[in-house]
Design a protein around this ligand. Sequence first.
Ligand code: ATP
Length: 449
Amino acid sequence: MSNSVKRLEDLATMVSLAKRRGLVFQSSEIYGGLASCWDYGPLGAQLKMNVKRAWWNAMTRREDIVGLDASILMHPMVWKASGHIDGFSDPLVDCKSCKTRFRSDNTASYIERRECPNCGSKDLTEARQFNLMFKTHMGPSEDSGSVVYLRPETAQGHFVNFENIQTTSRKKIPFGIAAIGKSFRNEITPGNFIFRTREFEQMEMQYFVKPGTDMDWWEKWRETRWNFLKTVGLDEADMRFHEHKEGELAHYARKAGDIEYKFPFGWQELEGIHNRSDFDLTQHAKFSGKKLEYFDEQAKEKYVPYVIETAIGCDRLILAVLCAAYREEITPDEETGKPDVRVVLGFKPEIAPVKVAVLPLSKKAELQEPAMALRNELAKEFDVNYDDSQSIGKRYRRQDEVGTPYCITFDFDSLNDKKVTVRHRDTMKQDRVEISQVMNYIAHGLRNF
Ligand code: ATP
């Protein structure tokens, strides 16, 4: 790798790369877009799947955690019991001069000087609570009896299924339930690309423990999650833990903290680790009339478990992974030898949307056919990209920019010596490898990248 490396300095560079390379597009762009809604393009969809898989495997391959895929629409009483109908709100202030609406609890100019963050006017409304849940109607009538909500978090699915899951999986406490799914919040001030949106995907795990052991488990999960974030490519130097003080704690929390990440726009929450006590199960027992307890057969005792929650936004993690992966290097151009800037997304191989690119040197059929055959063979094991347009140098750069770990060049010599050139993304070193050995070479290389 070159010595001269520049990291991502501004979000706009990432937004433009993401669009240019088919990672993330603005939703409904041909109609002018819809604020804070984004679509993952071909490479973005693959990247998202890889991030979700990394999280899912880290959770559900443990003996003590099982998976769940709960519905977005839930019985409205769920949100009464959880406290969301009465308390899931942010303080909203309107500027009477420029009509900007903003959240007053995290807007620096308002907190310091009580002035509009947009125009500086002091002619503002009083802060009023604005409920963040999206409301809709179920069925053909739109009366108050048909109101349902789009879930603002996935966690409630874990709580209302606690008994079903515990009895069918026969898990003993401590055990966890993990889920990935869409959540919706009518955020007052969404923004910073996919950092804060109104529709987003969450990856949440609720770990049910015996009361009294909860603080130990909170500490353990904090460490486990910190280590996980490193495995998907975040640098420890860009992570810190922020513990919530008395006044910051959510109504349900006994102890809570966030792992924060240093985004180009500053330190921000990435993942929450909360000790929710027995709040949720007790509330749902009260509102549903069902006992939500656990019977410990060995100790012959019954109790309402405490819950340690780990909650991270998939889209927010993707943004962190993209920021962490980005680098610009001054390196000699691989064709001309002249100094050149190359942009690399240095993803961990398991996160990279494409693992290997097959690049035939010429568009002539005599190369295309065997190169395509190799591509199809590799695609049995890996996500492969086939690219036959423009010079090899340009194609290498294109693959670097989306973080493809290996490029394979199929040239005229390959027809005779049955070998191809395999290039490593980070070192740019090239190896001549027997075609019959390429699959093993890539598999081994990805494991030891
Ligand atoms: P914030 O303070 O940023 O509004 P929060 O504390 O309300 O977040 P939680 O309810 O703990 O967030 O949600 C858990 C995780 O879900 C967050 O750490 C974040 O990664 C993600 N998340 C929450 N709201 C959004 C959003 N509007 N867009 C994208 N991700 C989100």
